[in-house]
Design a protein around this ligand. Structure first.
Ligand SMILES: [Fe+2]
Ligand SMILES: [Fe+2]
Length: 184
């Protein structure tokens, strides 16, 4: 499997989480009860599976390798992707802040929680589309075969060191559990 294929597989899981966030937000907006733990688990997934693991592989392995083979960082496609990563982290911060209040029973935090959850989903879905269809194809074309192997090893190391072995699987289960819970 090419390193970009591994990232595409992760995208599929992330897209499922985006649907969960959208559905949970919709439920809240319709005045239905959504347990804070749904958002708490989603934030945990985003911080670990998305941020530490997936964005980590992109930012600390794939993008630098692409840069090495002629794809510009500043004012180029990599710059745009990195900027969107920053924006996504701001949404997660907003979500976590609102969630803290929501957990304490403060209903006035629902607006901020929903805004940030939907903002995150609305940003990340097209981001993933661009990576799947444009950026990763550029990577596949430009990075030589032997360096693809190096990338693969780097990905493995990042996953092991930053989220730990076996965690990947646990997060897949978490997605399944939340899908059932919110009714996706
Ligand atoms: Fe990305
Ligand atoms: Fe990605």
């Amino acid at each position: 499997m090419k390193p970009t294929e591994e990232l595409k597989e992760e995208h599929k899981v992330i897209l499922r989480m985006l649907k969960i966030l959208e559905k949970a937000s919709q439920n809240l907006e319709e005045g239905k009860e959504v347990k804070p733990e749904v958002f708490k688990k989603a934030v945990d997934f985003i911080r670990n599976f998305v941020d530490k693991c997936h964005l980590g592989k992109e930012e600390d392995a794939l993008f630098p390798m692409m840069e090495k083979y002629g794809i510009p960082r500043e004012s180029g496609p990599l710059g745009v992707m990195l900027y969107e990563h920053t924006l996504s982290r701001n949404y997660v911060k907003g979500m976590a802040e609102a969630l803290e209040k929501y957990e304490k029973g403060d209903k006035s935090s629902i607006k901020k929680l929903v805004e940030n959850a939907l903002g995150f989903a609305g940003l990340l879905a097209p981001h993933i589309f661009k990576e799947d269809n444009i950026l990763y194809a550029m990577a596949d074309r430009n990075i030589p075969e032997k360096e693809q192997k190096v990338l693969e090893e780097k990905f493995e190391k990042i996953e092991k060191e930053r989220i730990g072995e076996g965690k990947h699987h646990e997060y897949l289960h978490l997605v399944e559990e939340l899908e059932k819970q919110v009714g996706v």
